[in-house]
Design a protein around this ligand. Structure first.
Ligand code: S3P
Length: 202
């Protein structure tokens, strides 16, 4: 399992999709699975059940996804605040938790005005951000900065990081810019994560 964590606007969904395509793995975004399960958008869940209601469902859905087939999984920005979710992320040694770092100012620029992100209404959002930084770092097995960087570059950095863990005896061969990867190494990485099972999205 490759799990992406980080604050809103870090690019978890965009980068996760790129990674999944490169690794030929399924991709899931916990927020979309939660919405599907609840039959309501995130904003409506927050409005009707409050943030605690959303968090309970989030924890449950993420637990199930982590127990399911291999995939690239993007978690909502608050998921790492749940201690049991953190424990679960750390429990499986094969699971790689990728922390996409984003500065507060850039995160706000990226998500400004997004009506689908109820957390933006919180007056203490900057404090929430600060509080979470240590939690993301605690669960991460790999950290990649994203400020002023394109999703493709970030995705390549993630692959490079994963390959440095998994490449066969460090045989990963970057090109002259150190950014692309030999197909055989990506195939090797893919083999580590792939299991041919359907996704339990229902
Ligand atoms: C949240 C982030 C959102 C979503 C929900 C709460 C948060 O996900 O889970 O609105 O607490 O930071 P993204 O990080 O994908 O925006």
């Amino acid at each position: 399992m490759i799990v992406l964590v980080g604050f809103m606007g870090a690019g978890k969904t965009t980068v996760g999709n790129l990674l999944a395509a490169r690794l030929e793995l399924p991709f899931a975004d916990s927020d979309r699975v939660i919405e599907h399960r609840a039959g309501r958008p995130i904003t409506q869940i927050f409005a009707e059940d409050g943030e605690p209601g959303f968090r309970a469902l989030e924890h449950q859905v993420i637990g199930e996804l982590l127990d399911g087939p291999e995939m690239v999984l993007a978690l909502g920005g608050g998921a790492a605040e749940h201690p049991q979710t953190r424990d679960k992320l750390s429990a499986d040694p094969v699971t790689q938790v990728v922390y996409l770092q984003v500065g507060y100012a850039q995160a706000m620029q990226r998500v400004a005005g997004d009506k689908g992100r109820p957390l933006l209404a919180r007056p203490d959002l900057a404090a929430v951000y600060e509080r979470r930084l240590a939690l993301y770092a605690r669960v991460a097995t790999l950290t990649v900065p994203t400020d002023d960087r394109r999703p493709e570059t970030i995705s390549q950095d993630v692959l490079a990081g994963l390959l440095s863990f998994y490449g066969p005896n460090g045989q990963w061969c970057p090109d002259q810019e150190g950014r692309s990867h030999a197909d055989r190494d990506v195939a090797e990485l893919r083999g580590r994560f792939r299991r041919d099972q359907p996704l339990p999205l229902e």
